[in-house]
Design a protein around this ligand. Structure first.
Ligand code: NZQ
Ligand code: ZN
Length: 386
């Protein structure tokens, strides 16, 4: 196992009715900026519950944060936050609202152009703290330090991480996710699955517990994902899905092990170019990436086939391929395509374009062995377009 230093400061308020308890978590006299997306919180009761729970606090509002949160929109919230001197941000929504709010918090006190946080990796030395009310289980943003921000004018989608990105507290009430359309539930299951894989399908370092953590999350998603899609108002099923998605990317399973993340980096380019949903980009990259890098990842791919899918028969190459096929079948069973050919807007020159864009951002040696080069990115995307 590799050395690690681990601290996750986010306090989790899990379960039915937990929004009602946020008042006690917010200091008296705080000036709160409530941020949200395109209006789902007005339709599923989250807005009413939140406003009620915030009674007695000074609250400002900023709505309209779009999926794949846009820099220009977020900068309007930065202006509002600076003008009103807010001292706590409360994000109510999915990963996009949470990520966008992490950026708003970092940008409010930032000296200079906040876009530098993403392009120049300018350190975030301070930020307005945030808390969250999660309405879409998928990204893990509710208890991690990451955020991914898009900028339409330059067609970029870039990530940053900061200690200030951890929400002070996050409410995870499975009931507020019942209103999700099936497409977002499927996306969430796939995103959480791929987060787990990016921290698991690398090479063995003798981290027995982390492997078992990862395998148990994958198995839970395989078991509960299709069921929660079929029965969206079943509390027990949804609660297990919500917690699995949080655990997939709150840092725990990734401690002391190599990590990959190349599927995500390639996927972000596909969203920036073609607007494809985040999880859908991952599903159309991961299986092909695993094939191209089957040799590098061989030992863990065999373990994955065995422990996650129960595949124990055949030569090693056959077992590896069967594990990848089972993964594809799982994604497809959720209605999530595993080939870029499913998207009309994807052009034939995409493999070269994505390889070029990653190179331009300095991402030429991705993955746990730095083996995902521009050449291999082209191969992966050619397989996805075959
Ligand atoms: O905008 P509203 O009206 O709220 O509607 C949203 C949006 O249209 C809707 N929605 C959310 N909760 C709902 C609901 N509709 C009905 N009922 C509810 N309870 O769902 C739509 C999609 O929301 P979005 O927040 O975009 O989805 P998701 O949570 O999948 O987030 C995706 C974003 O997170 C980034 C992605 O790149 C993408 O930008 N990621 C963030 C990560 C992180 N912070 O660690 C890691 C991930 O790998 C990912 O890159
Ligand atoms: Zn993701």
């Amino acid at each position: 196992m590799l050395n690690f230093t681990y601290q996750n400061p986010t306090k989790i308020l899990f379960g039915k009715g937990q929004i009602a308890n946020i008042g006690a978590e917010i200091p008296a006299g705080a000036r709160v900026l409530l941020t949200y997306g395109g209006g789902s919180i007005h339709r599923n009761g989250v807005y009413e519950q939140t406003v009620k729970a915030l009674a007695g606090h000074t609250v400002f509002e900023f709505g309209g944060i779009e999926p794949n949160p846009e820099y220009k929109t977020l900068m309007q919230a930065v202006e509002l936050g600076r003008r009103e001197k807010v001292d706590l941000l409360l994000a109510a929504g999915g990963g996009s609202v949470l990520d966008g709010t992490k950026f708003i918090g970092a940008a409010i006190p930032f000296e200079g152009a906040p876009w530098d946080i993403l392009t120049k990796r300018s350190p975030v030395k301070t930020a307005v703290p945030l808390a969250s009310i999660l309405t879409l289980p998928a990204t893990g943003s509710e208890s991690n330090s990451f955020a991914v921000i898009s900028r339409a004018e330059t067609s970029q989608k870039l990530a940053f991480s900061s200690l200030f990105g951890y929400p002070v507290f996050s409410v995870l009430d499975p009931e507020v996710t019942f209103s999700l359309p099936p497409r977002q539930v499927s996306n969430g299951v796939v995103d959480a699955f791929v987060h787990t894989v990016e921290q698991y399908l690398t090479f063995p370092v003798g981290a027995h517990l982390q492997d078992r953590f990862a395998e148990s999350i994958l198995q839970t998603l395989i078991e509960v994902g299709p069921q929660t899609l079929a029965k969206p108002a079943d509390y027990e099923l949804r609660a297990s899905f919500v917690w699995a998605a949080t655990m997939a990317l709150n840092g725990l399973i990734g401690q002391g092990v190599p990590q990959d993340w190349s599927t995500h980096m390639i996927g972000h380019e596909l969203t920036a170019l073609y607007g494809i949903d985040h999880a859908r980009t991952l599903a159309s990259v991961l299986p092909h990436l695993l094939r191209v890098h089957a040799e590098n990842k061989g030992e863990k791919l065999l373990q994955f086939a065995d422990r996650v899918w129960g595949i124990r028969e055949g030569a090693p190459e056959q077992r590896i391929e069967a594990g990848i096929k089972a993964t594809e079948k799982f994604f497809e069973s959720l209605g999530v395509p595993t080939r870029l050919t499913a998207y009309e807007q994807v052009k034939a020159d995409t493999p070269a374009t994505v390889a070029h864009r990653l190179t331009a951002s300095g991402m030429t040696r991705l993955g746990e062995r730095q083996a995902v080069t521009p050449e291999s990115v082209e191969k992966i995307l050619e397989l996805s377009l075959a």
